[in-house]
Design a binder for this molecule. Structure first.
Ligand SMILES: [Zn+2]
Length: 283
């Protein structure tokens, strides 16, 4: 199903990174090894490589709501979706506002946000229990979360920026899957995708205070008098709180800011950037 594959794996913080970087010509994208092995989903996390856009959007820009040409963004969606064998005409988009609301998508939502006007508004997480309904969430530093209930066959994607992380959208997405699909924690695979690392996520004292209150000192680091937040750690704490087994968790050990050559980073570009996407559908 995938092109030539180069696998990057190394240990970080006790977790093995099992995001796999695939390369097919100029196109590069990630998949999650644990998810691939189930045979239940088609999915990816995009990079900025292998599209048709230029300038600040070079080149696989998946942000429709930008000054890039619509035809370019649609061409980019077709490129990445063809590669993972998903029909790009069926995509269902979130409409993210840095909140914690989750939407249950199904067949009636097909095409919303890309080819049809969407009523999925103010939504940062999508869950789905139907086949061939590809859900999509968007990123450029914020943390992409992927969920798969391999027993009851349900999926989830959620956008966990700092505000969503503080509102515990990871925990709320898992709860939504439990409520809607009867998912049990031991059957849920959970993954944390490429996003801004503690190395580059410097915050003001006000934001640091909020993280301290919700998650405690272990998510904060002080460097040169400034606080840095470890979003990944704050999300792992939510997975643990919900009883997700460590063996079910995958982390991408890559910082979007450090690798703004490969990934779009809001902070590294001062906001002049395209968008990355997480795409997933049940087969
Ligand atoms: Zn970094």
């Amino acid at each position: 199903m995938y092109g030539n594959t180069f696998i990057t794996k190394h240990e970080e913080g006790g977790f093995v990174s099992d995001f796999v970087l695939h390369t097919n010509g100029n196109l590069k994208y990630y998949t999650i090894d644990k998810f691939d092995k189930t045979g239940l989903v088609k999915h990816c996390f995009s990079t900025r490589c292998g599209g048709v856009s230029s300038g600040i959007y070079e080149s696989l820009n998946l942000k429709l709501d930008s000054d890039d040409k619509r035809e370019n963004v649609l061409a980019n969606f077709k490129i990445i979706c063809d590669e993972i064998d998903v029909n790009y005409r069926n995509l269902v988009f979130s409409n993210q506002v840095h909140d914690d609301k989750i939407y249950k998508a199904d067949k009636k939502d097909i095409g919303k946000g890309i080819f049809r006007e969407s009523d999925i508004l103010g939504i940062d997480g999508l869950i789905c229990g139907e086949s061939r309904v590809p859900i999509v969430t968007f990123y450029a530093d914020c943390v992409p979360l992927f969920f798969l209930d391999k027993e009851n066959k349900a999926i989830g994607l959620s956008h966990s920026g700092w505000k969503g992380t503080v509102k515990k959208i990871a925990k709320k997405t898992i709860e939504a899957m439990m409520n809607e699909y009867g998912s049990k924690s031991e059957h849920i695979l959970a993954a944390i995708g490429p996003s801004i690392g503690k190395c580059h996520f410097q915050v003001g004292d006000d934001v640091a205070d909020v993280f301290l209150e919700v998650f405690g000192l272990e998510v904060l680091d002080k460097r040169d008098g400034k606080y840095h937040v470890d979003l990944k750690k704050a999300i792992l704490m939510q997975f643990e709180e919900m009883g997700i087994p460590k063996n079910n968790i995958a982390c991408a050990d890559i910082c979007t800011y450090c690798r703004s050559d490969l990934l779009f980073s809001h902070r590294a570009t001062g906001g002049k950037r395209g968008g990355l996407a997480a795409i997933m559908e049940l087969i």
